[in-house]
Write a protein that binds this ligand. Sequence first.
Ligand code: SF4
Ligand code: SF4
Length: 142
Amino acid sequence: MSARHDYDDKTLSPLKRIRLFCLDCMGGSPGLVRECRDLSCPFFLYRMGRAERDEREPEAPEHGRDEAVAPARPLRVIRRCCMRCAHNDRKAVRECGARETCALWLCRFGVRPRTVEKMRARRRRPKELTLPGLEGFSPRRK
Ligand code: SF4
Ligand code: SF4
């Protein structure tokens, strides 16, 4: 993990997370991230912390084309990367233990951390009990 960043920081944007991931990939060297030529990597167009245009010629080789030519939203690209990392196993992504070591961890579901919190809170909220024949009945009503 980069010593300068707390990956648990919920204010980090998806683009910033990708940037940090790339820096980790290149041993913390911004120069090596800039010079990266791995066109097959889903993060290639985002490695500088912004979504870049693909400057390759239309007749560029197919290698990595679907991921690098048409930029998707960064969160979607993170999800794709996590699924690839976990060999397409959703459960493995959910249970990934790299909270402190992977910059992508908080965004591994392809949504912002706050959205995950809201979804979890909604799931924990007690559900109203509906008995047969009493649909629409509320004990609070007189
Ligand atoms: S684009 Fe991919 S290969 Fe290149 S630095 Fe980022 S993570 Fe590493
Ligand atoms: S968050 Fe977990 S699943 Fe996603 S890239 Fe990092 S280590 Fe892999």
